[in-house]
Design a protein around this ligand. Structure first.
Ligand code: GLU
Length: 579
């Protein structure tokens, strides 16, 4: 279908109210759930034009790069999980940012060998990893898609050109970034007005990003990783476009770092839970392993008929134990020997579950010893007890399915809200600060090294039952990504909630801390649910909201339900094809 026809179709459907933004939709066709209505519409346009879920996922992601530029974009990286209906298997495309050749373990230490301050390190060239997003999209489209960049980038190019009205959520995150953007002339020009965040209602256009997308549409993946766009990224990292009087730590990125960047096609983490097959993201994300391990721990308990508070208590404690291990052992497996088989073993879970008592653990627990449960015990790596490194909450997750039965669960990011704050001159996109996801000092498996990928928490998850997709879930939110996906699975599978209710329910994030993070947005503190858990010794730390998840349920009657957020992040957009 021609672009004009697509636009006309969208306008016509909008006129009939068929495409009003809503958090849940059910139907028989392809489905999409994202946090941005423009992105969900972009995916629908591609599905309606005959594209598959992979084509539509890239279209949605490109649109999110325009409408949610502080969470994601082509200056960052991500993890895409694909269920290929034809192959009846799940594939993981790792396009995490990689450290440049100039990196080394002391890169985030000062002259005395002390760790640099995390927050102060973010808005600098040194925090920028080689972006993986465009390479990831290319791999997804060429291996599993049916369309090229020219078609799938068209809806996003239109959104970037025509613009959209700044909403409260865009404004909120823009405001958080005022000081960061003020450091860089390009970010100030694009995202500030007289040094302040763009007011709600401002029409925001990004013609330079539209042109960058057009260059990629014309020149393909090479147009991004070689030539003029690559040269402008190298210049922006090594000589950041700072405003007068701003001091900055430059990076050491080269054209070769960009040209040599590769996405990795990896086998996913596969585990089972109460008759479901759970597929998650392998290292360098810790998400797949941590979710599988926590579910293995929970599976050792018979939850049937147990009161809600008991099930939630076990969920919190299982998460605590899984996080102790995740923090100690998981990093880029191309560099370190992660005891993955031990961590995923059901026998290890049975042993470790003995530590879960009737009440909450009084505080942090030590990492366990998965080595006896490994096949290969030749290289034991003992855990390094370290506090949880700083990981705050950003990013975006989207999900798409199509009529052929393909499913995509895709989380991508530029790390912090607004990433490094460096907008590439003339190109309209922000560069990531993903390299601050490394641990700054060691010994630790997640230390910075040249060509290494920092450990992530991103957890796109696809769940099968009897060999066919049952549901998919994923979320943004730093290390709370893991608990959001995990809790949604427990709510749905063990508490029997619909997937929509499971996703909307108040979230509790226990990551081996003294307290559990909970949400004020949904009135959890002071609720009966909270009190029942307090009686078991759980203590809370409050935040306004955790994550902005998206999900799809493949219903037994053959219909599909797309699920987004009713409230968090301003509410998301779920659409199921109607024609
Ligand atoms: N950098 C984080 C990770 O890879 C994602 C950013 C976030 O969600 O806050 O896990």
């Amino acid at each position: 279908m021609k672009r004009q026809t697509l636009l006309a179709t969208a306008l016509m459907m909008a006129a009939f109210g068929a495409l009003a933004k809503q958090p849940v939709d059910t139907g028989h066709g392809g489905a999409v759930a994202t946090i941005s209505h423009e992105a969900s519409l972009a995916a629908m346009q591609i599905l309606d034009a005959g594209g598959n879920a992979i084509d539509a996922a890239v279209a949605a992601a490109a649109a999110l790069g325009v409408t949610d530029p502080f969470s994601c974009g082509i200056g960052g990286g991500g993890f895409m999980l694909i269920y290929s209906a034809k192959d009846r298997r799940v594939i993981a495309i790792d396009h995490r940012e990689v450290a440049p050749a100039s990196f080394h373990p002391g890169v985030f230490l000062d002259a005395e060998g002390k760790e640099l301050d995390w927050k102060a390190t973010v808005p600098n060239g040194i925090s920028v990893g080689v972006p993986g997003t465009v390479r990831g999209w290319h791999e997804a489209l060429t291996r599993y898609g049916t369309m090229g960049f020219d078609k799938v980038l068209a809806p996003a190019i239109r959104v970037a050109e025509e613009g959209f009205a700044v909403g409260p959520n865009f404004h909120r995150i823009n405001k958080i970034n005022e000081a960061k953007f003020a450091r860089f002339s390009t970010a100030s020009a694009l995202y500030l007005q007289d040094g302040k965040a763009l007011p709600v209602g401002t029409r925001f256009r990004n013609p330079e990003l539209a042109q960058t997308y057009r260059d990629i549409a014309r020149g393909g993946v090479k147009a991004f990783y070689e030539g003029a766009i690559a040269a402008s990224m190298v210049a922006a990292v090594n000589h950041p476009p700072v405003t007068p009087g701003t001091s900055v730590i430059a990076g050491g990125l080269t054209m070769a770092d960009l040209k040599d960047y590769e996405a990795r096609i990896r086998p996913p983490i596969r585990s089972t839970y109460r008759g479901y097959e759970i597929h998650g993201m392998p290292a360098p994300s810790s998400g797949g392993i941590a979710i599988a391990q926590a579910l293995n721990l929970l599976e050792t308990f018979d939850l049937a008929g147990k009161p809600r508070a008991e099930i939630e208590h076990l969920y919190l404690e299982a998460s605590r134990l899984a996080f102790a291990d995740r923090n100690a052992y998981v990093a880029d497996e191309e560099f370190v020997d992660v005891p993955r088989d031990g961590l995923l073993s059901k026998a290890y879970a049975r042993e470790r579950a003995k530590q879960i008592g009737a009440g909450a653990a009084p505080g942090k627990v030590a990492a366990g010893d998965p080595y006896p449960f490994e096949d290969d015990r030749s290289v034991p790596l003992r855990p390094q007890p370290k506090p949880l490194a700083q990981e705050s909450m950003h990013t975006t997750h989207l999900t798409v399915s199509d009529r052929e039965g393909n499913v995509v669960a895709y989380t991508f990011t530029i790390e912090d809200w607004g990433g490094s704050g460096i907008v590439v001159p003339g190109r309209g996109f922000l560069l990531n600060n993903e390299l601050t996801d490394f641990d700054f000092s060691g010994p630790h498996p997640n230390l910075p090294e040249a060509f290494k990928r920092p450990r992530s928490s991103m957890s796109p998850t696809i769940v099968l039952k009897d060999g066919a997709p049952a549901f998919t879930i994923g979320s943004p939110g730093g290390s709370t990504i893991i608990t959001t996906a995990l809790q949604t699975i427990v709510n749905h599978v063990d508490l029997g909630m619909s997937l929509a209710d499971a996703l909307a329910a108040p979230r509790m994030s226990q990551r081996n801390g003294e307290t559990t993070l909970v949400e004020t947005l949904l009135g959890f503190p002071g609720s009966e649910q909270a009190k029942a858990l307090e009686a078991k010794g759980h203590k809370w730390r409050e935040t306004d909201q955790i994550g902005a998840a998206n999900a799809i349920r493949f219903n037994p009657d053959g219909t599909v339900t797309a699920v987004s957020e009713p409230l968090r992040h301003g509410g998301g957009s779920a659409i199921v094809q109607k024609q």
